[in-house]
Design a protein around this ligand. Sequence first.
Ligand code: PA5
Length: 460
Amino acid sequence: MSISFDPRNLLASMVGEDNGLTQAELDGGKAAAIAALKGFRVSFEEGKYGFPDLPLNKNLIQEIEATAKKLAGSFDTVCVIGIGGSALGCWALDCAMRGPHPVQGAHSSKKPRLVILDNVDPDFINHALDSMSPKKTLVVVIAKSGSTAETMGGFLIVREWLMDAIGKKAASRIIAVTSEARGDLKVLATKEGYTTFHIPENVGGRFSVLSAVGLVPAALIGVNIKKLCRGAAAMTEAAWTEDLESNIALSSALHHWLIWTLKKKSIQVAFPYSNFLWGTAFWFRQLWAESLGKAKDRTGAIVNVGQTPIAALGTTDQHSQVQLYMEGPNDKVYSFWVVEKAKKQIKIPKAKLGLDGFDYLGGQSMGKLLDAERRATEAALATSGRPNCTFTLERVDEEHLGAFFQMMEFETAFMGELLNIDAFDQEGVELGKKFTYALMGRAGWDEFKDRFADYEKKRG
Ligand code: PA5
């Protein structure tokens, strides 16, 4: 397994001192990076955060594999109902391992597909239900809180759809992934006898891809979760070392922290040159945004900090976004994600048409073209003073994916330390949730009904 980080195009020598880092700035930041690692380690050892050790939970991996084995062959679709951290990791895994939508291979009971209901758009839900057969669908409902309105609503619809088709057997076709000690989903799962997996209290949604949240759906669609966790465990080991050369999570956190805070790059573009990593880019977008966009620092001072993550796909978005990236405000840092070895290479045929626009391509591989396009974009950005860096994965397989997830989770945790903020809460999404409960008539939320009424009155 090999993942590397190349920060050369973040350096002042490549993009100028206004936009890139000097050696003195990097040297000056190293002590803060080591302190960030040590600070996070202390919190981890106190049991506050559980994601680093998730890939080491052999019992859970075995239990999930046994469940997947027992059910194998009885379904051709896994319908996940979840949202945010309870859905994006599943999508990232599915996209990387089964292929990007809509070009996944045909699904069957030997190669089940994943349908993720992570929105409450009625047209989307109806369309999804029409595409699935209740007799061949296994339902996985995921909510750590056990009460998220979108997930509870979606689940009630799917549960009834199942019960209408298979009656009492429905309970045996539902798996719940939730907190052990709280939430109405846990209560219902116990009452109706669903197979249930628990999310540790010290693992937040966006850090939960290697808990049952990601592992259960992944195992059901045939992903090798042992290998996934093996890759992640190797990254955990590397992420605890103080040597910046071998700890790419820490090195990347340091470079990004300096570029963001010293060079005012308030936007980060995650730029995979791989359709298979497109889901992972959306997973990263949530991780970075929700973890690092905060009103207050740990002293309680108002800081309103955050770096806006954007997902762009190479080469597709070269023809959509790069004009802006090259000539618009120089407020972004670009993180290219490169896959060294394609699953299978494809050659461009030598057509010899006597037409220059075609003929030079003949005999070369698509991989070479993809690589040339990306290197050209990196160079174009760098020579225009636009800082960028590159993560290279040897290939997209379970081990690399597990390691890459874990690398980004550690990087985010270290960044939280460097910014002196709590990267693990999400107070900012609470008010909208409370207004929703009030608008939907949930008992106990009258205060927010009144506050919402005040807001509407003010708006006129
Ligand atoms: O990262 C987070 O904590 C959130 O994005 C949650 O995953 C999201 O709000 C869904 O929460 P729950 O799993 O409780 O339904």
